[in-house]
Design a protein around this ligand. Structure first.
Ligand code: IMP
Ligand code: MG
Length: 426
């Protein structure tokens, strides 16, 4: 992905999240000076498998696993300071050196205990099937201009005022939900006071730092969380997360100019998964979904929930290619399909007798959408040891060729297993 004319690269999920962005970021970080997270928060779960040990990262960019790479959490992220330090401590215990390599935007908003409580007590959050990490409520406070930012911790007086305002609002919401639980400002202020000595030294003007890195010619990787179909504007609203997961969010969420972005890599699974409620037009029947879930270990990295499974939906990914401006595609988990007799690709939908080849915005159309499939023969052979495209069985190559044609984006990487080395770079 990186080259002389490609210095700033965005990695996004081009489905509903869990496409394997963590692995791609880990592979690409080898050549990056900086890795920046630009949206989302501890709702994300990026799993990276190195020599048999699995790291699940929720907030810290996956680049942290490469010594020498500097990592930043951008202004577009909602940061849970409590879990941030658990994550740092866990990495240090596993021998990863974090000291002096991790920066946090002073403009990033904080996810506070009352956001998590509101998320878990809200019936609206339950209906969407949120991760319960307080993401929606924290972004709500940000947009409503009552959020608490990292830099606010510098002044105890200002911090208390802002927290009291947030707590009042949270308690009013809890009362409205019919919940008996209440929060008080003291516990949040005390928590932040105890974390301040560790958090404030990490606080930086991340946009400025990254701007300077780009100007100096450094390779910068912008790491998205969740997937394009969970984007608050472009996803299956209201069954979405509360941030812009797509490439435009990379500019606003890292604090850099859109023109600074040279390339956008979209990561997709060779099939489709989704956690939480909302439309999934290519969802498999229970038996096949069960089999795929077992083969692909499709359980949420953050919540442990079983993921819903479906066939590859080219309508979805072509849409994601358009809204993100994808220059490249990475296809992950091809090996999960190794034992299937036949494999489907969705080329369009029929909804109430009308044909759709472009992804519709209207949820009622999507909910009634019947996928139109192209069936291809399976390859019935292990792909786990393939390291070059020539190593793949013909049927697997034909499947990828067809996918590439339907999505109108060149495939640059194919991943055939969870380990770092199980990847084909084209
Ligand atoms: P929230 O982001 O916790 O508010 O959840 C909103 C929706 O996004 C729910 O359907 C979640 O399951 C989904 N979601 C949030 N984060 C992820 C992720 O990292 N992977 C997959 N789905 C996610
Ligand atoms: Mg995930």
């Amino acid at each position: 992905m990186f080259g002389d004319s490609r210095r700033t690269v965005v990695v996004v999920g081009a489905q509903w999240g869990d496409e394997g962005k963590g692995k791609l970021v880990d592979v690409l970080a080898e050549r990056a000076a900086w890795v920046v997270r630009y949206q989302g928060g501890a709702n994300a779960g990026h799993t990276v498998d190195i020599a048999g040990s699995k790291f699940v990262l929720h907030q810290i960019p996956s680049g942290i696993l490469h010594p020498g790479v500097r990592c930043a959490i951008g202004n577009g992220v909602v940061l849970d300071p409590d879990t941030l330090f658990h994550e740092i401590d866990g990495l240090v215990k596993d021998g990863v050196d974090v000291e002096g390599r991790l920066y946090v935007s002073e403009r990033a908003h904080l996810v506070l205990p009352y956001h998590k409580l509101v998320d878990s007590e809200s019936t609206a959050s339950k209906a969407i099937g949120t991760t319960g990490r307080g993401i929606g409520p924290a972004y709500e406070d940000k947009v409503a201009r009552r959020g608490v930012r990292v830099l606010d911790i510098r002044s105890t007086k200002r911090l208390r005022q802002l927290v009291e305002q947030g707590v009042d609002h949270a308690n009013a919401q809890l009362a409205r939900f019919g919940s008996k639980k209440r929060v008080n400002a003291d516990e949040t202020v005390n928590l932040l006071a105890s974390l301040a000595p560790r958090l404030l030294p990490l606080a930086e003007d991340v946009g400025l730092v990254i701007h300077r890195a780009i100007k100096s010619g450094a390779a910068v990787l912008l790491e998205g969380a969740q997937g394009s179909l969970l984007d608050v504007d472009h996803g299956t609203y209201p069954y979405v997360t509360s941030s812009n997961t797509t490439a435009g969010g990379a500019a606003t969420g890292a604090g850099i100019a859109p023109q600074a972005i040279d390339a956008v890599l979209g990561v997709v699974k060779a099939y489709t998964t989704r956690v939480g409620a909302g439309p999934l037009p290519t969802e498999m029947d229970e038996k096949l979904a069960d089999e795929t879930r077992k083969l692909g270990a499709e359980f949420g990295a953050t919540t442990g929930r079983p993921r819903r499974c479906g066939w590859f939906d080219a309508v979805v990914v072509r849409y994601a290619a358009r809204v993100n401006g994808l220059t490249d595609l990475a296809v992950t988990k091809l090996d999960v399909l190794d034992t299937f007799d036949k494999i489907a690709l969705c080329s369009g939908y029929d909804s109430d007798g009308e044909a759709y080849t472009e992804f519709p915005a209207d949820l009622t159309v999507l909910e009634r959408a019947k996928p139109l499939y192209e069936w291809m023969p399976g390859w019935k052979k292990s792909t786990a040891d393939a390291r070059r495209i020539e190593d793949l069985p013909d049927a697997a190559r034909r499947y990828l060729d067809r996918m590439q044609a339907m999505v109108e984006t060149p495939i640059t990487y194919v991943s055939v297993g969870t380990r770092r080395d199980q990847i084909i770079g084209l």
